[in-house]
Design a protein around this ligand. Structure first.
Ligand code: UDP
Length: 479
């Protein structure tokens, strides 16, 4: 019987890479062989922070392969408007490398017998396999929420019902009625950001919708979600896709399987980072009272303008709550230097806050001092907060974040949505609502969801079973 060898190929952006790397770890923990393909830049960043060494030493069946960067702007934050160009050029650029890798083998390592590609690449791998005249199972993995993926798939229907396109700023509060599984839930402003018209009055949603529909031709689909979180949307997806594996929340799933497989031995320390982690905030958190700190982080690519940064800061200070704020060196557009944080902020924060450039987020969220999370609602951050049972204030930036934040406030009821507003009084009020006035209510739903998340990745849980089924499928399809 041929050995199963999975090629995993994420879009070369931090959150996509880190999330698919967790899937890679889960597969090697189950004794599969995995080759992880990414760009030289991402690889060297992972290597700089020690991740490649730790992973290679821990897992002899995990291999890394790289290809050259196609665009020196890759993984540059704030490229919300230009991200489609980036995705399109990586898709074209990666093709010859993918072709080579699908044919390459050594006496020790067989050719890949299965591909798990980032679904955002659409028909890339199947096109290459057809050109090479090889038959290989191709699985698509989506790093966004299932509700976002389903909104892309449903775009055609929304066009038929004339619910799209969005007609401009005045149209933002119109309710979307015909999105199956989400009827009358979303306003136009809650659709993924690419549905919004840009300055020229165009939007790129049809490109995303088209790429998402290309996943219909894949052999299977993997989603970083779990049944109790997105059940109604997942049933809609299952009506359209023959094999759907929901294996999330991936970070928690991985932590659980690692703990099991190590049984007392040291767990490999994968820091989940392509940035330098500043652990000083953990010591600061240790000195704060329980549930007293608002954690503020907008992920790896959000850009904040200086005015908004100041509104958030004033709101945090006026709330009189402690806060831990991640301000990346490149968070303010065009400012990769010291003065991105005004002196007023540096000095004024000393009394009740702590600022770092990059935090060990998973660990921060489980610290007992944390009482809330002001987040950009990136899917990984949302899942990490849900698993930790931490209520959220959402300030979405782009992509799936607009729909994730709607789910946080209206479906899971684990926080508040501050979408499209940045005002110090609103920040102050929301911080106090989440941490004081409505604390019990949000904490109760957040802790209930955390229990469900935990159940899903425990033996017999939906994601646990789905991972088992996925592995069976990979092994049988690799024969
Ligand atoms: N993250 C981190 N430290 C930070 C900020 C973020 O480790 O200071 C991690 C976070 O835990 C999450 C990822 O970066 O896993 C961000 O992914 P997400 O999907 O939330 O947002 P994106 O970066 O794609 O906008």
């Amino acid at each position: 019987m041929a050995e199963a060898h999975v090629l995993i190929f994420p879009l070369p952006l931090s959150a996509h890479v880190l999330s698919m790397l967790k899937l890679a770890e889960l597969l090697v923990l189950q004794n599969l062989r995995v080759t992880f393909l990414t760009t030289d830049t991402i690889h060297s960043r992972l290597a700089r922070f020690g991740e490649i060494k730790v992973l290679s030493e821990s897992y002899p069946t995990l291999h890394f392969k790289t290809f050259s960067d196609c665009n020196d702007e890759g993984d540059h934050p704030g490229f919300g408007d230009r991200i489609w160009d980036f995705i399109s050029s990586v898709t074209l650029h990666a093709k010859p490398f993918l072709r080579d890798i699908l044919l390459s083998h050594t006496p020790q390592i067989p050719k890949p017998s299965c591909v798990i590609q980032d679904g955002i690449f659409g028909s890339l791998s199947s096109g290459v396999a057809t050109e090479l005249n090889i038959s290989i199972p191709i699985i698509h993995f989506r790093t966004v929420s299932s509700c976002c993926f389903w909104a892309y798939i449903s775009a055609t229907k929304l066009l038929q019902f004339q619910e799209l396109p969005i007609r401009g700023d005045d149209d933002m509060d119109r309710i979307i009625k015909h999105l199956p599984g989400m009827e009358n839930l979303l306003r136009c402003r809650d659709l993924p950001s690419f549905f919004r018209p840009n300055k020229e009055g165009n939007s790129t949603f049809e490109s995303y919708a088209d790429r998402s529909r290309q996943s219909l031709a894949a052999d299977a689909l993997i989603l970083n979600s779990f049944e109790d979180l997105e059940g109604p949307v997942l049933s809609q997806i299952r009506h359209n896709f023959s094999k759907v594996y929901t294996v999330g929340p991936l970070h928690h799933h991985l932590n659980m399987r690692k703990a099991e497989s190590n049984k007392g031995k040291e767990i490999p320390r994968f820091k989940n980072s392509v940035f330098q982690v500043d652990r000083s905030c953990m010591t600061w958190l240790d000195a704060q009272p329980e549930g007293s700190v608002m954690y503020v982080s907008f992920g790896s690519t959000t850009i904040v303008n200086k005015e908004d940064l100041m509104e958030i800061w004033h709101g945090l200070v006026n709330s009189k709550k402690g806060f831990l704020w991640v301000i990346r060196p490149d968070i303010v557009a065009g400012k990769h230097n010291e003065d991105r944080i005004p002196n007023e902020v540096k000095e004024g924060t000393k009394e009740r806050g702590c600022i770092v450039e990059w935090a060990p987020q998973e660990e921060v969220l489980t610290h007992k001092a944390i009482g809330g999370f002001l987040t950009h609602s990136g899917w990984n951050s949302t899942l990490e907060s849900l698993v930790a049972g931490v209520p959220m204030i959402c300030w979405p930036y782009f992509a799936d974040q607009q729909i994730n934040s709607r789910f946080v406030s209206e479906v899971w009821k684990v926080g508040l949505d501050m979408k499209d507003i940045c005002d110090r009084d609103v920040v102050e009020k929301m911080v106090n609502d989440v941490m004081v006035h409505r604390r019990e209510e949000f904490l109760k739903s957040a802790q209930a969801m955390a229990m469900l998340a935990h159940k899903s990745v425990s033996p017999g849980g939906s994601s646990y079973t789905s991972l088992h089924d996925l592995i069976e499928y990979i092994i049988s399809a690799s024969r």
